[in-house]
Structures are given as structure tokens and as C-alpha cells.
Ligand binder design. Structure first.
Ligand SMILES: [Zn+2]
Length: 262
């Protein structure tokens, strides 16, 4: 069995900014003991690319497929189009994501209705295919949690959650997880979130290339180590305990035998 390492449950390794040095970025992550990265897609085109990358870096990069709520603002396809893609590739993907609500960019009622509709459909699909769902909820945490609960979603990650701690505590009671990005080092809200939620409900994410510890720099999956260090400080537990717990949580949530097998 491999030594337990860190799991980045949410990144965008298909992003254009990694085109020149993707090999090195992945190597730098595995060098600091990142054992798995889940690359989330933002639209159908991106999903195809993420699948190609996860095939190339088999056993280390894993694919999640969804339509990002901001991409929904310009998405002209039906839900069935992305659904068919997910269903026909369901053996190759480990989660549905990135999906969700973005009320910061989606200001019009009509736009929010489309986001809600898609989140409901993705939630249904998550149940049908028994795949976890990775949810973006900028300025819409409460509403995203309500939909997940209403749709009886069992396995959900709220990534880079920016909502109130009281909503987060409620979602943790439903068994939902919160993935914490390296930008926690400069975010009082994320520190509060980590304080309010038990380690049993916490995961690590990079959201690379964004949410870097230094906002001027491109983020990389290796920086989940910074998330783990900061969580350890905020919670007053050892770094090793944070790594072990968050990886165990990922194993549970994703049925990740592959981390231990590879
Ligand atoms: Zn993201």
C-alpha cells in the first residue's frame, strides 16, 4: 500500500495557463506527495480535454464532468447533450463537476433560473449514476445547499464555499463536504468556515489556476499542502492528521480504491 498522500479534489489542469508546462505542474504536485487530482471541466469542449488528460496521466489525474454556472450564461445546448456525454463516459469519470450557482455573475432572474434548473438535473444525475457532485456556489451558498437537500443528493462537495458559517454547519449535518483552497491563508471567511466544520467534513482543493495563496500568482495543485498547513493551524491539530483525515474523507466519498491500489 502506498503511503497516504494529499488529494486535490478540485482543480482545472486542462486550463490554457498549463499548456506549456502541464508535465512539470503535475510532477511538482506528486513531488510533495499529492496522490490524486480531480480535474473539473467547465463545458463540453473542456470535458473532452479533461478526459484526454486523465487518460494520459492515468492514476494521478481524474476527470469530473459538468458545466460551470458561468459557462451556462453562454451555453446554448440542452441539458441532455451534457447528460448523454456523462452517461456514455461514466466509467471514466469520478464525479459530476464543476456545476452549481453563481449569483455574482448571474444577476438576472432568468439566468439564475437556468442555473437552478441545471443544478437540479445534475443532482438527479449524481443520484442515478451514484457519482459525487462538485458544486460551485458563489454568493449563492444557501440556495445551492437547499437544492442539494431537496434533490436528496447523498454525496456532495461544496467547493470554495463563500456563504455563511451557519449554512455550512447545516450542510455538514446533511453529510456534505467542504473543500478548502490555498487562498484560505488570506481569507478570514475560509478560516471561520474551517473552525465551524469538523475535520470529518473537510477536503483539500487547489482550484488551480485560481485561488492561489498569492493572488498575483498562478495556482498549482501542489499548493493543497498550503491548505493543509493552514487548516492544521486553525484547528490546532497536526499537519499529518489533516492530511490523513482529508484523504480518508476523499476515499470514502469517491470510493477511491485506486489511490491505495496505484
Ligand atoms: Zn473551479
Amino acid at each position: 500500500m502506498k503511503r497516504i498522500g494529499l488529494v486535490d479534489v478540485h482543480c482545472h489542469i486542462s486550463d490554457q495557463s498549463f499548456e506549456e508546462d502541464r508535465d512539470l505542474v503535475i510532477k511538482r504536485a506528486t513531488d510533495v506527495d499529492v496522490v490524486a487530482m480531480i480535474s473539473n471541466s467547465e463545458n463540453l469542449e473542456d470535458a473532452k480535454k479533461v478526459l484526454r488528460i486523465s487518460e494520459k496521466y492515468k492514476g494521478i489525474v481524474f476527470a469530473a464532468v459538468g458545466v460551470h454556472p458561468i459557462d451556462l450564461l453562454t451555453y446554448n445546448e440542452s441539458f441532455d447533450k451534457i447528460k448523454d456525454f456523462i452517461v456514455s463516459n461514466s466509467k471514466e469519470i469520478v464525479a459530476i463537476g464543476e456545476v452549481g450557482l453563481d449569483y455574482f455573475y448571474g444577476r438576472k432572474e432568468r439566468e439564475r433560473e437556468v442555473m437552478k434548473l441545471f443544478l437540479k438535473e445534475f443532482s438527479k444525475l449524481s443520484r442515478e449514476l451514484d457519482l459525487p457532485i462538485i458544486v460551485h456556489s458563489r454568493s449563492a451558498g444557501k440556495y445551492a445547499i437547499e437544492i442539494l437537500k431537496e434533490m436528496e443528493v447523498k454525496r456532495a462537495i461544496l467547493h470554495a464555499f463563500d456563504g455563511k458559517v451557519s449554512f455550512a454547519a447545516q450542510a455538514a449535518k446533511y453529510g456534505y463536504f467542504f473543500s478548502i483552497p490555498p487562498s484560505i491563508v488570506r481569507s478570514q471567511q475560509k478560516k471561520k468556515l474551517v473552525k465551524a466544520v469538523k475535520l470529518e467534513n473537510i477536503l483539500l482543493e487547489s482550484d488551480a489556476p485560481v485561488l492561489s495563496p498569492d493572488p498575483k500568482e498562478r495556482n498549482e495543485p501542489k499548493n493543497v499542502i498550503i491548505s493543509a498547513q493552514e487548516i492544521s493551524k486553525v484547528k490546532g491539530v497536526s499537519f499529518e492528521e489533516v492530511v490523513e483525515k482529508t484523504t480518508q474523507n476523499a476515499l470514502k466519498l469517491f470510493n477511491f480504491d485506486w489511490i491505495l491500489d496505484s
